[in-house]
Design a protein around this ligand. Sequence first.
Ligand SMILES: *Cc1c(COP(=O)(O)O)cnc(C)c1O
Length: 403
Amino acid sequence: MNMTDIKNELDIRTKMVHAGERRPVPNGVPTAMPVYTSVTYTYDSMAEMDRVFAGETPGYVYTRYGNPTTAAFEDAMITLEAGVGACAYSSGMAALHAAMFACEISPGATILASQDLYGATTNLLNTVFGSYGIKTLTVDFNDLKAVANKAQEVRPRLLLAETISNPLLKVCDIDACAEIARSVGARLLIDNTFASPFLCQPLLHGADMVMHSATKYLSGHADAMGGVILTREPADLQGLIGTMKLVGGVLGAWEAHLILRGIKTLGLRVERQCENAARVAEHFADHSKISRVHYPGLSSPSEKAVARRMLREPHFGGLVSIELKEDLQESAFRFMDRLQLCVRATSLGDLFTEVLHPATASHRELAPARRRQLGIADGLVRISVGIEAVEDIIADIEQALSQ
Ligand SMILES: *Cc1c(COP(=O)(O)O)cnc(C)c1O
């Protein structure tokens, strides 16, 4: 089937279609995973193709069912999260959606979710799953008594929380939540996007599944969107793959390549981002224009102990949220507009420092009263600290505050 030695007597219109394709890989192993853009895979005989289709021989047939570049990313994630299976999707939201199906969330089921979830996740649960008769109840996952009581009361099928909450950066006690989940026969799904596997491996703390928006720290360069689910049980993988095959939100090979490339520097980036975030948090903790700095390293002794148990020492994550004393949207916008280095952007975990206004971005859909209830002030600004020289980051924030 090698078309590099394409028959000379063929018409040029035929040659244009086949030339250069289906060449076997020469001896030697590529040191970086190639980008396999091929949608289909052919075999010398139909019998062989049939065996691959049946899963008797490992192989690829169609990229929605599997792709070598995407598989390399999934394998990397299995290693980093200590999972047994991984399934990659075109976005974090697609990954979450698939995870719900894999947990057999069916009409009549209840999901017990953290009240501090990423805004789109809350909306996915309430609108898409809500319309199919799946009920979502929220509770403060940092109040373990409340979580345990609610779980006993409503007998949820699934508990859903984030390792580090958005935007108040509270660290979840995953060990304790896993115990609560087990005591009521529920599964525990952890969104580990804010921590990255470098800082936390939720499966080792008892979670059943881990989800990442690979768009954030894993990719890290603001140029690729993707998502992934990791499982502890092989059986869960079948549900995830099944959803991916039928719903079709597969990760593209180019994105898989970019995210796999991003992962190679994840440790270096996150280490630097955490060091910089610690310096930023300390520097602005007593600032005259700031009423409060949210950062796990500056939390109460008991909260700090949980953060230390969950996150790789000595780190507390790469995010810092600041509350301006002038608690108004205009003040937050004015401060953000004056920044010259820090980028105004709706994401996190990138190489560069970026700022977001939760009240009008991630929590825009919430009623103002609910926002206040959750502690998301109008003057709150979330900073995803980048890898720049920290002096430059601090100087930029200083000048924007002082004007
Ligand atoms: C961004 C994000 C998501 C959604 O991921 P997408 O890749 O944007 O679909 C989910 N959870 C958290 C915590 C996020 O930050």
